[in-house]
Design a protein around this ligand. Structure first.
Ligand code: NZQ
Ligand code: ZN
Length: 363
């Protein structure tokens, strides 16, 4: 087992009605004014925003709003958020939404603690000097951003989607009520389940020694999310399935499933980020479209892991014919993606990049 650090400072409040505590939780942070940051329509339509503002008012917490975060969140709104927070004296950011809103909040938080252009962080020419503290009310189980050290932003000019990782952006608290995810379109639920699987697999497919404890956690998480995704496909209001997936989403990307591994891969994510920047596809669907090709490209250099995955996760029958077992495992995961209406190729994703665009994204 390789040496590792494990740091998860986020205080989790999980379960029914937990969003009602938000006012008290924000007040306990000792801030003067909070930015309530959210996406397009869903949080307003469901009444969640009204509940949150009522809770903040009841706790005597001053607040301002900035909505309009889009999936593959835009840099221009981050700039707008930084200006607004400076003008209003905001010292805490409450992200109400999914990965896009949380990542936009993290970017605003970084921008408030530095001079100059926050994009320099995402361009990897500078390091963050600080991050205004962030709290989360999660409405979609997917990105794991509610506990992760990561933030992914798209610069509209040029369609450039880039991530920046730093421990200082990990949220102070995350409120996770699985009921809040019941208004999700089925497609977004499936995209979320796919992303959760991918965060686990990007760490699982690694070279190096076997890791019984980390592998067992990862394999259990993968089996659980696949089973619950099928339940949610047929019964989207199933609370227990929503809850399993929501908790899995956080565990898949807070570092737990990577403890002791030699190195993580994250190539599928890097490829998807290029595609998401140019074609604005849903992140989970982009990952599903790429994974099978990626797996077939690399599996010969990582046979032990792919065999273990096929048998322990995809229930392929063990055999001395290693290659057949490996490819059965890959095919079974693709069949699972199709069963929850996820694409398994760029064509099924609905895009047809020219050779020139493929080369540009690759470079
Ligand atoms: O904008 P609204 O109206 O809220 O609609 C959103 C959006 O259209 C909708 N939605 C969210 N909660 C809902 C809901 N609709 C109905 N009911 C609800 N309860 O879902 C759509 C997708 O939301 P988004 O936040 O984009 O989804 P997700 O959480 O999958 O986040 C995707 C972004 O996170 C990045 C991705 O690259 C992508 O930009 N990632 C961030 C990571 C991180 N920070 O650690 C890691 C990930 O690997 C990922 O790269
Ligand atoms: Zn992801």
């Amino acid at each position: 087992m390789s040496n590792f650090e494990f740091y998860t400072p986020t205080h989790v409040y999980f379960g029914r009605d937990t969003q009602r505590q938000v006012g008290d939780l924000v007040r306990a942070q000792g801030c003067k004014k909070v930015l309530v940051h959210f996406g397009g329509q869903s949080a307003r339509r469901s009444g969640l925003l009204d509940q949150i503002e009522a809770s903040l008012d009841a706790a005597g917490v001053a607040h301002v709003q900035l909505g309009g975060v889009v999936p593959n969140p835009h840099l221009s709104l981050v700039y707008q958020g930084i200006d607004l927070c400076k003008k209003e004296g905001v010292d805490f950011i409450l992200a109400v939404g999914g990965g896009s809103v949380i990542d936009s909040a993290k970017a605003i938080g970084y921008g408030l603690c530095m001079d100059g252009d926050v994009w320099d962080l995402y361009d990897h020419t500078r390091k963050a000097e600080g991050c205004t503290p962030i709290g989360v009310v999660l409405t979609i189980a997917a990105s794991g951003s509610e506990m992760s050290n990561s933030s992914v932003i798209t610069k509209e000019e040029g369609g450039i989607k880039r991530g920046y990782n730093d421990e200082i952006c990990r949220p102070k608290f995350a409120i996770m009520n699985p009921e809040l995810t019941m208004t999700l379109p089925d497609y977004q639920t499936a995209c979320g389940c796919t992303d959760i699987l991918m965060h686990t697999m990007e760490r699982y497919f690694t070279q190096g020694d076997s890791l019984e404890i980390t592998d067992s956690i990862a394999e259990g998480l993968l089996r659980t999310v696949m089973a619950q995704a099928v339940i949610l496909r047929d019964d989207p209001k199933n609370y227990d399935a929503r809850a399993e997936v929501m908790w899995a989403g956080s565990l898949s990307h807070n570092g737990l499933t990577g403890c002791g591994i030699q190195a993580s891969d994250f190539s599928s994510h890097a490829l998807e980020h290029e595609i998401g920047g140019v074609y604005d596809v849903a992140h989970g669907a982009g990952l599903a479209a790429i994974w099978g090709s990626w797996a077939r490209y690399v599996c010969d250099s990582c046979k032990d892991r792919f065999y273990q995955f096929a048998v322990n996760v995809m229930e392929a029958t063990p055999s001395d014919d290693i290659d057949t077992v490996i490819h059965t495992g890959i095919e079974k995961l693709e069949a699972f993606f199709r069963s929850i209406h996820m694409p398994t190729s760029l064509k099924e994703l609905g895009i047809a990049p020219s050779d020139a665009i493929l080369r540009e994204m690759a470079s």
